[in-house]
Design a protein around this ligand. Structure first.
Ligand SMILES: [Fe+2]
Length: 668
């Protein structure tokens, strides 16, 4: 096994000390300078001097001026790098200031991205032109074509600027062999967001990660809702206590948002914690009621149509907000970053676990760094389109991250925890397809790791593997201070101590909450006790980087690329009886939502299990990889068959977990 001393490996992979303080997901150091520490050091020195009252007023003013100037320069650089992100030479390591060497996008990836960007630009330009002009010959033609295709489009839709804009955007995409959002066709079929479709999206839409079965622990809220029976869109009547006893009741709720106050929200935009109750009929799920805020009244499918639709839209907006911040960004992109960094810091490149995992982290650090600019920076997408402020969004991510134990997130555990086993919910597209992929990955990982670890003792005695686990799972305070940022060595000795910048103590929590699970009394956190536990961990990581990210990422344009289905925020308070147009985004915001969701799901780069990306040197390993590829081919066929049945039954398929459409890593 090739041995590299840890200090050689650790040099370029450091955690951001800000992330450590916030107890959030790992972030790579985002500062420029020697190993990233210089920028951090100077900022900290300035802050410490202010806190100690050791800066005189004129000096303070000067420092403020320098800080704001640096801030402006940084923002300009961010904008420039975003604008020029698709220029290939900017991705060479020569011009890479924020990532470790070898972590930047490849030319091939940048070319794919640029092609997608060109499609997006032309669709946006055409959409704006369509919105600004009245009935142009093109528009009339588009409407006629759409009417012919869909056989229905309400006159209200035709009159709306947003709808004109959308139709043109989609037409432009179709001219370039890109599909319009699936859900826009479903809305045309149903005339609006129907109850059936609203329920179906809990299981096969962008966010299948929220719904759970109501059980004994939920008795209190059931009692609250049990004062009446409810009529469904199907005509059936539901008694909630009877239905719960039959395990037919399911809930979508968003408790993470329950404490958001008006200062956490942007002016004029709203999100909260709606609770949507569903009943499983013989024809599938249907909504029973929606309580838009806890403590408030609830509405049912039998109230005035606009009141019911507003409640559905409020739920859809909460669902999308949760999806973007938590289920997509936090639980895939950011949570995997800790593993990507620890793998490079602790495992020698020839180590079997490094060889197994590393291809699944390709471009993860690069896309997350880019995400900092495109999504999380000031005036970036999250601040422009979601309801929570940027600060509130970041603290929601941190809160959610530390509340979820690592093992709970593993696919089979997540399904069990939510009580969504097939006996309670026979038809659940995400679960059914993900199960095939989880099993395929588990078999592959198991065969591979069994070649290197004969038994549990071999796992326990591997010092590299245990160091990797310790970095992820043990409290940071157990680790030596010199692993964390200090000033560069060329600064005068003692300077750091005087200014109070040196990290004095490390927090008493680990990078990954409760990693791994504790299976016996003599096991410690941050220790892998046996081969099966290692197999489970590696399966979980590869599943998250591949299928899980694919499920929540590539469905975005299909369901949120059409704002009347799922606005990223609502624009009227949930208790305001305003026309539906006032709940939905303005045409400008509507376009930005289409652009963002298209850009986030616009390229599929690098196929799961591809030999071009996973290059084992050992023939035995390559054979195991070939077995995995064959298994994925049979999964592909099985999902294709299922999709045919889904098309016949629901008029819509679930293509996001077709192995041919799952990238090998999180890279968009
Ligand atoms: Fe993504």
């Amino acid at each position: 096994m090739l041995h590299l001393p840890p200090e050689q490996q650790q040099g370029f992979y450091r955690y951001s000390p800000m992330g450590l303080k916030q107890r959030g997901p790992a972030r790579l150091f985002a500062h420029i300078g020697e190993d990233g520490t210089l920028g951090y050091g100077l900022t900290q020195i300035y802050q410490n001097l202010i806190e100690q009252g050791r800066i005189s007023p004129p000096l303070s003013l000067l420092m403020q001026w320098i800080e704001s100037t640096l801030q402006r320069i940084r923002q300009q650089l961010d904008k420039l790098s975003t604008l020029l992100a698709d220029v290939e030479f900017l991705h060479s390591d020569w011009l890479n200031w924020t990532l470790p060497p070898g972590e930047t996008f490849s030319s091939e990836y940048v070319r794919d991205r640029r092609a997608m960007g060109q499609i997006l630009t032309s669709a946006s330009k055409a959409a704006i032109a369509a919105r600004l002009q009245d009935d142009s010959p093109f528009l009339i033609e588009t409407r006629l074509r759409t009417l012919q295709k869909r056989q229905s489009l309400s006159p209200k839709d035709l009159a709306s600027g947003s709808e004109r804009q959308r139709l043109r955007f989609y037409a432009e995409l179709e001219q370039r062999q890109r599909d319009r959002p699936k859900v826009s066709l479903i809305h045309s079929r149903d005339g609006e967001l129907s109850d059936r479709e609203f329920a179906r999206q809990r299981l096969a839409g962008t966010n299948p990660m929220i719904l759970h079965r109501l059980r004994e622990a939920d008795r209190e809220r059931l009692q609250l809702w049990s004062t009446q029976d409810y009529s469904l869109a199907t005509g059936e009547t539901v008694n909630v206590l009877d239905a719960a006893a039959q395990d037919r009741l399911f809930l979508a709720d968003y408790p993470l948002f329950q404490d958001l106050t008006s200062t956490d929200l942007q002016l004029g935009r709203y999100v909260g914690n709606p609770q949507a109750l569903f009943y499983r009929t013989e024809q599938g799920l249907y909504p029973v009621l929606i309580q838009v805020e806890s403590g408030s009244h609830w509405v049912t499918p039998t109230v005035a149509a606009d009141d019911w639709m507003r409640a559905k839209l409020y739920t859809q907006a909460a669902d999308m907000t949760h999806h973007e911040l938590i289920d997509h960004l936090c639980n895939t992109h950011l949570s995997m970053e800790a593993f990507a960094i620890a793998t490079s810091r602790q495992l020698p490149v020839g180590h079997p676990l490094y060889q197994l995992l590393r291809p699944h982290f390709r471009f993860l650090l690069a896309i997350n760094t880019r995400g900092n600019t495109l999504l999380l920076a000031e005036d970036a997408a999250i601040e422009e389109l979601l309801a929570p402020t940027r600060e509130a969004s970041v603290s929601l991510i941190n809160q959610s991250y530390r509340e979820r134990p690592f093992t709970d997130a593993a696919f089979p555990n997540d399904i069990a925890k939510r009580g969504l086993e097939p006996e309670y919910l026979p038809d659940f597209a995400y679960r059914d397809d993900a199960q095939l992929l989880w099993e395929a990955i588990a078999t592959y990982v198991s065969s591979y790791l069994q070649r290197y670890y004969r038994d549990d003792t071999a796992v326990l005695l591997d010092p590299y593997l245990q160091a990797w686990a310790a970095e992820l799972g043990q409290p940071l305070s157990d680790r030596p201070l010199n692993e964390f940022p200090e000033l560069p060595s060329w600064l005068p000795a003692g300077f750091a101590a005087k200014t109070g910048i040196r990290v004095e103590s490390l927090p008493d929590y680990p990078r990954v909450p409760h990693f791994p699970s504790i299976n016996s009394t003599n096991q410690r956190l941050g220790e892998i006790q046996g081969l099966q536990q290692l197999i489970d961990i590696a399966t979980h990581i590869i599943f998250t980087c591949g299928p899980q990210h694919a499920a929540v990422n590539f469905s975005q344009f299909d369901y949120a690329g059409y704002a009347p289905n799922a606005p990223l925020a609502t624009y009227a308070r949930p208790d305001m009886a305003v026309p539906l147009e006032e709940v939905l985004p303005s045409p400008e915001q509507d376009l930005k939502q289409m652009e963002l969701t298209f850009a986030l799901s616009g390229i599929i780069w690098g196929k799961l299990g591809d030999s071009q990306l996973i290059r084992y040197e050992e023939e035995g390993d390559r054979q195991i990889l070939r077995q995995f590829q064959l298994r994925l081919e049979s999964v592909e066929l099985e999902i294709q068959q299922r999709n045919q049945q889904r098309l016949n039954r629901d008029g819509v398929d679930y293509p996001y977990l077709l192995p041919s459409r799952i990238p090998n890593s999180i890279n968009i």
